[in-house]
Write a protein that binds this ligand. Structure first.
Ligand SMILES: Nc1nc2c(ncn2[C@@H]2O[C@H](COP(=O)(O)OP(=O)(O)OP(=O)(O)O)[C@@H](O)[C@H]2O)c(=O)[nH]1
Ligand SMILES: [Mg+2]
Length: 350
């Protein structure tokens, strides 16, 4: 999963990047940090197996330097920046609420409206270009006509000033996937608060504005980047102490990644053994055979059965092998919907 950090110049993007990754962005246009997805189930399984390798799932965060990213003026989003955020699965929009603590809600309103307009306009430009081309080609029938109709629907929605993420059907339409529309991407809105008000809540925002950023496609996450970037440098034990002092339940990294998984509909399953204990990230609601492809396409192709046990039972039994002896491991077919925390051993032909 790749998450692109966007926002006005000086809103605290790089500080958030530091809070999430524990590393400073490099002095270049674009910095990428790969961050281990915290998951204590992986740690617990690793403790049992003492494997040669323990591999957590990973998330990539991308930070852009000022000139390369969004500007306050409209229509200023560079092509390179657009192309880069198009490749992200989700956007993380940082909003400066720390320099104007008493006007935090106004700052959020302005930033959400401006940035959503910007994303919408970029999608419209892309959409109109394609529509124009299809008209020029004089398409009347077939798949091209279907595409034209679909894009016209998209364009009408955007022209009404609405983001695609608020239109679930269009946002996830399989025929539109290749466009990677920016306003269709799930967005985590990080409200970068001042030290003295870490518990900003979206409650006071007007309903219409909240609807733009809250729901199946979005979520507000208040955090004080300054404090959290310092916490990110501490050891886990020290960090916990600080968090308690500030009344924060989990480090920014955990809160943001958890939110990202939720918004993107992602879950983890695990494979275990003496060589390796490993977490795999998949979309929720997919079958065992499709999930096997995360491990290897050959395993998916040659799929016979999945041996499945949940993590708590496995831990209770002491290992997957013990769980098998105690008849806690189930045999599932290709269409079994994999659940978060399943431990799976795939039987396959190669
Ligand atoms: N008080 C306070 N200052 C902050 C906070 N977050 C960021 N800052 C400060 O704001 C300034 C800008 O932060 P950056 O993280 O560099 O912002 P940026 O969005 O990466 O800036 P550009 O890359 O130049 O667009 C720095 O001096 C930070 O120390 C915060 O939560 N509280
Ligand atoms: Mg920066």
């Amino acid at each position: 999963m790749r998450i692109a950090i966007i926002g006005f110049p000086g809103c605290g993007k790089s500080t958030v990047f530091q809070a999430l990754s524990g590393t400073e962005p490099k002095a270049q246009e674009m910095s990428i940090a790969t961050v281990k997805v915290p998951d204590e189930r992986v740690d617990q399984l690793s403790e049992i197996y003492q494997p040669k390798k323990t591999i957590h799932a990973a998330v990539e965060f991308v930070d852009f330097q000022s000139g390369a990213g969004l500007q306050r003026e409209q229509g200023d989003m560079g092509q390179g920046f657009q192309a880069a955020i198009r490749q992200a699965h989700a956007l993380l929009h940082v909003i400066d609420a720390f320099s104007v603590p008493e006007l935090a809600d106004d700052a959020v309103r302005e930033a959400v409206e401006t940035v959503d307009t910007e994303l919408t306009l970029a999608d419209m430009v892309q959409c109109e270009k394609r529509i124009e081309r299809l008209h020029k080609e004089g398409v009347k029938t077939g798949p091209a006509k279907k595409e034209l109709d679909l894009l016209t629907e998209v364009n009408d929605w955007l022209a009404a000033g609405k983001t695609l993420r608020t239109h679930a059907e269009l946002a996830s339409h399989p025929d539109l996937g290749s466009y990677a529309f920016l306003s269709a991407k799930p967005v985590i809105t990080v409200v970068n608060t001042a030290e003295e008000q870490p518990h900003w809540a979206a409650d006071a925002l007007p309903e219409a504005l909240r609807a733009q950023r809250e729901g199946d496609w979005g979520c507000f996450v208040p955090l004080c980047a300054q404090v959290e970037s310092e916490i990110a440098e501490l050891s886990l034990a020290e960090a916990r102490e600080f968090l308690v002092d500030y009344g924060i339940d989990a480090p920014a990294r955990e809160r943001v990644i958890r939110t990202g998984y939720q918004l993107l509909g992602l879950i983890s399953f695990f494979t275990v053994g003496e060589d390796e204990v490993r977490a795999w990230t998949i979309r929720r609601d997919i079958g065992a055979r499709e999930a096997a492809a995360a491990v290897h396409s050959d395993i998916s192709r040659g799929f016979i059965r999945a041996e499945v046990c949940d993590t708590p039972s496995t831990l209770e039994c002491g290992s997957f092998e013990e769980a098998k002896k105690l008849h806690k491991v189930r045999l599932e077919g290709r269409d079994y919907v994999v659940l978060d925390g399943d431990i799976i051993s795939f039987r396959h032909n190669t």
